[in-house]
Design a protein around this ligand. Structure first.
Ligand SMILES: Cc1cc2nc3c(=O)[nH]c(=O)nc-3n(C[C@H](O)[C@H](O)[C@H](O)COP(=O)(O)O)c2cc1C
Length: 199
């Protein structure tokens, strides 16, 4: 099983990083491995809405995103991991998601040709962390992630959302959260479907 995580935090050793390390432990414990991509280390431009992918299913923008398309296509499970910035995903994460438009176009082209095979085992998860603790703090991020997964033909299968973590070390000090994140990773790897949020 191929499990990938896209980490949209630019802060090395920060809360998203630490949570993903804990998730990775859980995934490894279930005899799988987590392939983590740090989006902030890639050269990635925003979607330019040229419409090129409508005709070909391929993105014309030649940058580091090109190397990710094949890896995403081969993945069984995907985790979008991002801190909350202004009530939504970080810009790094959003650029990545907008560039998935090419994969949405590819899906439409395959559907039109009768060659699209839905796969219920393709599941997406959101991991996110925010400084504050408002009840609606993850709503924007969750909606965005849900429809990003939909563009890929993945089901939004669960999330791991942490409120009240702001300084870089906050999650490192929270052994309970780390344990829960490891358990979340283990469950993803053993294919347990976690429907934690609703529309
Ligand atoms: C540009 C920016 C915008 C932010 N906006 C919010 C926000 O709207 N709500 C919130 O609760 N936290 C906000 N935060 C705080 C981060 O979500 C928080 O520090 C988080 O733990 C960072 O995760 P990281 O260490 O993985 O980067 C913001 C932080 C930055 C840098």
């Amino acid at each position: 099983m191929k499990i990938m995580a896209f980490n949209g935090s630019p802060r090395k050793g920060g809360n998203t990083d630490t949570l993903l390390e804990a998730v990775s432990l859980g995934v490894s414990g279930a005899d799988a491995s987590l392939d983590i991509v740090r989006l902030s280390e890639l050269k990635m431009s925003p979607c330019i809405a040229c419409g090129g992918c409508d005709k070909t299913g391929k993105c014309v923008v030649m940058d580091d995103m090109q190397a990710l398309y094949g890896r995403i296509s081969a993945a069984d499970k995907i985790i979008i991991a991002s801190p909350i910035y202004f009530y939504t995903l970080s810009a790094q994460t959003k650029i990545f998601i907008d560039r998935l438009q090419a994969m949405w176009s590819r899906k439409q082209l395959l559907k039109a040709a009768g060659r699209w095979q839905p796969d219920d085992n393709h599941q997406g998860y959101l991991l996110s962390v925010a400084a504050t603790s408002g009840p609606r703090i993850f709503e924007g991020a969750a909606l965005c992630a849900r429809y990003a997964f939909d563009a890929l033909g993945f089901t939004y299968a669960g999330d791991f959302l942490v409120r009240g973590a702001d300084s870089r070390e906050d999650i490192k000090k929270d052994s309970e959260k780390l344990k829960q994140a490891t358990d979340f990773g283990r469950k993803i790897a053993v294919k347990v479907n976690l429907i934690l949020t609703k529309d």
